[in-house]
Ligand binder design. Structure first.
Ligand code: AMP
Ligand code: ZN
Length: 465
């Protein structure tokens, strides 16, 4: 059986065939950095981690881009409240987002383009749309996409646009538009925006949210690419609008496969601040749950099922992880005089593991195959000892599954100790101060402690040697 995904666009499971054989271009909607990301957001990023890792497991070369939304209404509102520039205001949230990704063992995307660094690309798209008379400017300087002019509008969310009442508010803003279902590509500057604006060829203001993902995905992945993901809340209006403005601009199909994960709820209820069940990673770690237990809990429910996050599940996750780790270390015990007899069994279960993941990332089935293997080998060992060959063969299989599960290594490997974090913070400060000698000195100290740094456009990434 080949790899299949449920495509929101066609509403069925389809065989996955990338545009270029062996290569996959993947875009996933990233965080709005006005707050610490909550575990619901990480459910989406974890499902995308599973997708990214399994594509690599299958041998594809994956190019993965995730945007950082560092300009929007909430960012403007809250940065003004704190009297900070948006760069200053969003910085700690960007940092904690990357720290949390690392703690959860989520594989990094190739690049995290921030919206504020791609305004010219967005402006160019808006100009094209205006040139094609598919967008119009209103008196307040905002620019809207003309939904009427794009007959395929509604295909992703399966909406009939005639049913979208023209008198209904579809966007939460106070701008003038010809049709209430039209959406903002550009938001003209208002007094409340203060000093946050760009002076551009399409006017003074800032981009709408949807255009940012179209402009950045096209810039890094091309006009037509393979997979686009997000949570179900992104289907409408965000992804529907992305399709409309991208296809209207390029005249080509935008994305082949749209994958969306269902939401995370907590103890059966919607996660909300007022219910007191709103968690970010730090809060759970403070309650003494380790990041790998949280990883397992977020990973182990199929992405198209609602994930009910319970404290009981965290307990079960701990047991499952220990079971795999204990089994893995028990493979050090074998008898060199025994003959190999288990490889066929391992092959069968590996096949089952892959068949399940091939089937729209059926993770529970795949985990079932791993636990069946553990059970059967343990039963075998009640009366026999493992041969060296079998032990090595089984170990390889467990390691292969761990290229996806990522729970075998010590979770502390993913977290910096206080002293290490202090050194890293000092080095970041030295770089901000352009004190390169001090930054190099601190880099060397961290290196002696086994921590390798890599400075990139989205900040410094660390990893243990
Ligand atoms: P936001 O920062 O709100 O734009 O969300 C970032 C990502 O997290 C998007 O892909 C959302 O669909 C996803 N997301 C937000 N809330 C949840 C939730 N409770 N469960 C799963 N995914 C979510
Ligand atoms: Zn997006």
């Amino acid at each position: 059986m080949g790899l299949k995904f449920y495509n929101t666009l066609t509403r069925k499971k389809e065989s996955f065939n990338p545009i270029k054989p062996g290569k996959v271009k993947l875009y996933t909607c990233g965080p709005t950095v006005y707050n610490y990301a909550h575990i619901g957001n990480f459910r989406a990023y974890m499902f995308e981690d599973l997708l990214h890792r399994y594509l690599e497991y299958k041998g594809f070369k994956v190019t993965h881009i995730m945007n950082l939304t560092d300009i929007d209404d909430k960012i403007i509102r809250d940065s003004n409240k704190e009297q900070k520039s948006i760069t200053e205001f969003t910085k700690p949230y960007k940092k904690s987002f990357f720290d949390d990704l690392d703690a959860l063992g989520i594989k990094r995307a190739d690049y995290y383009p921030p919206a504020t660094e791609h305004i010219p690309e967005m402006v160019a798209m808006i100009k094209t749309l205006m040139g094609k008379k598919l967008a119009y400017k209103t008196e307040d300087g905002s620019i809207y996409f003309k939904v009427d002019a794009f007959p395929k509008y509604g295909q992703l969310a399966n909406l009939n646009i005639e049913d979208m009442q023209r008198g209904q508010r579809v966007e939460n803003d106070e701008y003038e538009k010809q049709e209430l279902r039209d959406f903002a590509l550009w938001k003209g500057w208002k007094k409340e925006d203060g000093s946050t604006f760009w002076e551009t060829e399409v006017g003074k203001g800032r981009p709408g949210w949807h255009i940012e993902c179209s402009a950045m995905s096209i810039k890094y992945l091309g006009k037509h690419f393979d997979i686009h993901c997000g949570g179900v809340d992104n289907i409408f209006p965000h992804h529907e609008n992305e399709i409309a403005q991208s296809e209207a601009t390029t005249g080509e199909k935008f994305v082949n496969y749209w994958l969306h994960c269902k939401h995370l709820i907590v103890e059966g209820e919607k996660m909300s601040k007022s219910l007191g069940n709103f968690y970010n990673l730090r809060q759970l770690i403070e309650k003494d749950f380790s990041a790998d237990v949280i990883r397992w809990t977020l990973l182990s429910t199929h992405y198209r099922q609602e994930l009910n996050f319970t404290f009981e599940k965290l307990g079960t996750a701990q047991k499952s992880i220990s079971r795999i780790r204990d089994f893995y270390s028990s493979l050090e015990k074998y008898d060199v005089n025994q003959k190999s007899s288990l490889q066929k069994k391992v092959d069968e279960l590996q096949q089952e593991f892959e068949n399940c993941l091939d089937d729209d990332l059926n993770i529970s089935g795949a985990l079932g195959a791993v636990f069946t293997l553990i059970k059967e080998i343990n039963v075998f060992r009640q009366g026999n000892t493992l041969s060296k060959e079998d032990a090595i063969y089984i170990k390889k299989f467990v390691e292969k599954t761990d290229s996806i599960l990522n729970i075998l290594s010590d979770p502390d490997e993913n977290v910096l100790q206080d002293e290490e974090q202090k050194l890293l913070d000092e080095r970041n400060q030295a770089r901000t101060d352009r004190n390169w000698a001090e930054a190099d000195r601190l880099r060397d100290i961290l290196l002696e402690k086994g921590i390798v740094l890599r400075d990139g456009p989205e900040g410094t990434i660390w990893k243990r040697k």
